[in-house]
Design a binder for this molecule. Sequence first.
Ligand code: IFM
Length: 440
Amino acid sequence: MRFPKDLQWGAATASYQIEGAVSADGRSESIWDRFSRTPGKVQNGDTGDTACDHYHRYAEDVQAMADLGIKAYRFSLAWPRIVPDGKGKPNPKGLDFYLRLLDELQTKGIEPVPTLYHWDLPQSLEDNGGWVNRDTAKYFQDYAAYVFDELKDRVAMWITHNEPWCAAFLGYGFGVHAPGKQDFQQAIAAAHHLLVSHGLAVKAFEDLGSPGRIGITLNLTPQYPASDSSEDRAAVKRGDGFTNRWFLDPVFKGTYPDDIYELWEAAGVAPPVQEDDMAIISRPTDFLGVNYYTRAIVGHGKLPLLEMDTKPPVYPVTKMDWEIYPDGLYRLLMRLHEDYGPIPLYVTENGACFDDTMVQGRVPDQGRTQYLQSHFDAALRAIEQGVPLKGYYVWSLLDNFEWAFGYDRRFGIIHVDFATQKRTWKDSARWYQSFLAGQS
Ligand code: IFM
């Protein structure tokens, strides 16, 4: 597999999933601290209190990145470290951690790609309504402006949000992620304010005249019909509208998709759009980050409003029960390019969860290697068709805190023994290392 020479290969993580040190150097409580300490919310009562202890072991982890041969590292900044109250006075000691990390990355020649928000909202903001409260978007803009200014000489590529669909719908609609709310109107409002905050951060970036590029990362799941019937094909359109277009259209077209807007409206639910919001949300950006794991097979069904059901997978699944379907990545990249292009695309997350076993100091995770290899291949096919794919980051560098599943679900190419913090390269990491060596 020969990819373009300038394709930026990398690996990705997120603050709450790996850092630990939740009370260090003035960090405040986040919604995930509160949620994970609430009995019954996270499998086995796991929390991110220690996670991979990356806060203290970042140098060792950056060394591993250098040994792998990656060119870019995507991580997220913890808002509760940098602006502990969510608004107002920043905490320089919190930012210092990221300066140390950036120093280390710079020494090894690895490009940093920070995400401003990967779900760890300061709890104090949640106490005032969180993303349902429009003020949170303004506080996000202030936090972003501060960070852009502090790091403008150090960072050339920024991501505003990671997967706002999850932050809004899993957090405020289905209640399975922090803050654990179950209210669809709140979820729609949260989604809107997340989008507004993205646009406000892009504006702050422009106002500062920051060099570098900025974009958003969306989780996108192509929808496939369970059958050829017109009912199933109509369900696919609604599934795509809810899962993909609800975020893509505002960001790239400045409108919510009419078909889904009308569905919500008929049920008395609507995003709290104010004058100029759609222009703010659709400010031009430099790239789109795509997180791809699987496809969905859908048909006409019982889900309220959307009247659809997700059908069982056809091909083998990972431990998340997510069907392994590399062609979905190919089709997604092609579709994004056709419908929303021409914008540079980055696969900002792709990877697989399996039940890994340690055999005499080795982790023979052939399934993960095959998963990566087949998805790389799908990406290459899209590039060959003219899709401007500029980067590809494997999720994840390390096994980590997989949200409501705690430490039960391993996505890393590097195994972490959470009792001892020992890191062990899985076979997939060795494969990625030799793949990268072959690309240079
Ligand atoms: O671990 C998550 C990550 O935080 C966001 N994207 C999906 C990954 C796997 O579930």
